[in-house]
Design a binder for this molecule. Structure first.
Ligand code: SF4
Ligand code: SF4
Length: 428
């Protein structure tokens, strides 16, 4: 066993309100400069949707990530003998508004319009895409209240109302098996020994952009001004000072939990090359991530030079509890085989009807209803567990049980809390 420590994050998607505060505060601190305008080290995507950059999950489009060839892990950029980083159209042309026109126009019937101007050429630009192009459902709930709507129109809009959506905030995952690092011919990308943060050494980088193509999450960006690649640095100067990342600190929904994980570095490549992606997900939590209460793990951690305060931090880590103990948080697209260190609690909402019906009932009575939730479980499983619906369903059951318990405890009639507590125990 080769124990290593890693700073990691869990995001509880039930709590994300899509306000983009995380993205904006991150930008203000880290990418508010020339050459980095289009970069969003933290971005928040509305799902379902093509994401940012456009279709980043399509590994054939960009030749990103790892593939298995003859049972071995091979970079797709090498396997295909070509690399395809996203182009400007897949992100968006950096632009600002021509605000001057608001003051210089003479009075007219129509108000003047501030049109987008390229930050690169200073010319008007036709904006065709952006970091959150397909945000929200444009007020369909409100439209349905229109009493003058014809039945045909109502039917059309009702379909919209049934459409589900969710928010997915994304940062670099500071993976255990980073394909960005493996693809760099200059060895400019490295994973810090002490906390696992993945960084680009700006003095070594020559801007070849292999990393941009090879990251399956498209979380390395090319700076057109400096000619070098950049990425999320997990706010390491703040972490070193005992502070949370800027995105965690400023998150309005308080969806982000930071914590230390202990993992077995000897298991990383073996599990990353697990042929069955569904088994990979389970082996990742069970074999790669370690139990910081296990005396053998603690002894091996000390032998590896991990300080006692980090071992203590791993024990009280919410990431450890949510990922390994409670199994309610999962990595994004584990089938990409990079073993990400950012995890997500899948969203349960909205569950009002299910919840009201379930209220005070036995958990086994209400569980079939979990599969009727608005966000299809298969959709979540494809995103977080390589299609394994059983894992997601189990996590949602636990979340539902906690909701019932908390609501019964805090707002319900006396007596229901006990029933809900039994439900919680039943859900494990
Ligand atoms: Fe590298 Fe991408 Fe993983 Fe970040 S998410 S460590 S950029 S492979
Ligand atoms: Fe979601 Fe928090 Fe970001 Fe707002 S600040 S979009 S709640 S992750």
């Amino acid at each position: 066993m080769r124990v290593r420590a890693q700073i990691a994050m869990v995001m509880n998607l039930d709590k994300c309100i899509g306000c983009h505060t995380c993205s904006v505060t991150c930008k203000n601190v880290w990418t508010n400069r020339q050459g980095a305008e289009y970069m969003w080290w933290n971005n928040v995507e509305t799902r379902p949707g093509p994401g940012y950059p456009r279709q980043w999950e399509n590994q054939d489009k960009y030749n990103g990530g790892w593939a298995l060839s003859g049972g071995k892990l091979v970079l797709r950029v090498e396997l295909k003998k070509s690399y395809k980083p996203p182009g400007l159209d897949d992100y968006y042309h950096p632009w600002t508004y021509d605000y001057e026109v608001l003051f210089s126009e003479t009075q007219a019937e129509q108000q003047p319009v501030a049109r987008p101007i390229s930050l690169v050429t200073n010319e008007p630009v036709d904006v065709k895409y952006g970091p959150n192009w397909n945000d929200d459902l444009a007020g369909t709930e409100y439209i349905l209240e229109d009493v003058n709507m014809s039945e045909t129109e109502r039917a059309v809009y009702t379909q919209f109302k049934d459409v589900f959506m969710m928010y997915l905030p994304r940062i670099c995952n500071h993976c255990l098996n980073p394909s960005c690092l493996a693809a760099c011919p200059r060895k400019a990308i490295y994973k810090r020994e002490e906390d696992g943060i993945v960084l680009v050494d700006q003095t070594r980088c020559r801007g070849y952009r292999y990393c941009v193509a090879a990251c399956p999450y498209k979380k390395v960006y090319y700076n057109w001004k400096t000619g070098k690649s950049e990425k999320c640095i997990f706010c390491y100067p703040r972490v070193e000072a005992g502070q949370p990342t800027v995105c965690s600190l400023t998150c309005v929904g308080k969806i982000r939990y930071m914590g230390v994980l202990l993992y077995d570095a000897d298991k990383v490549l073996d599990v990353a090359a697990e042929p069955d992606p569904k088994r990979l997900v389970r082996r990742f939590a069970d074999e790669v991530l370690l139990d910081p209460y296990d005396p053998n793990v603690v002894a091996a951690a000390r032998e590896a030079g991990i300080p006692d305060d980090w071992i203590a931090a791993a024990r009280r880590s919410p990431v450890y509890k949510m990922v390994k103990v409670w199994k309610v948080a999962f990595p994004l697209h584990p089938e990409f085989r990079t073993l990400p260190m950012v995890f997500y609690v899948p969203p349960l909402s909205p569950v009002v009807t299910t919840y009201e019906n379930a209220y005070g009932a036995k958990i086994t009575d209400i569980m079939p209803k979990v599969s009727e939730l608005r966000i299809p479980i298969q959709y979540l499983a494809n995103m977080f567990t390589a299609g394994d619906t059983a894992l997601v369903e189990q996590a949602l059951k636990k979340l539902l049980a906690v909701r019932i318990y908390e609501r019964a405890k805090n707002v319900a009639e006396p007596g229901l809390a006990e029933k809900a507590k039994a439900a919680l125990q039943e859900a494990g």
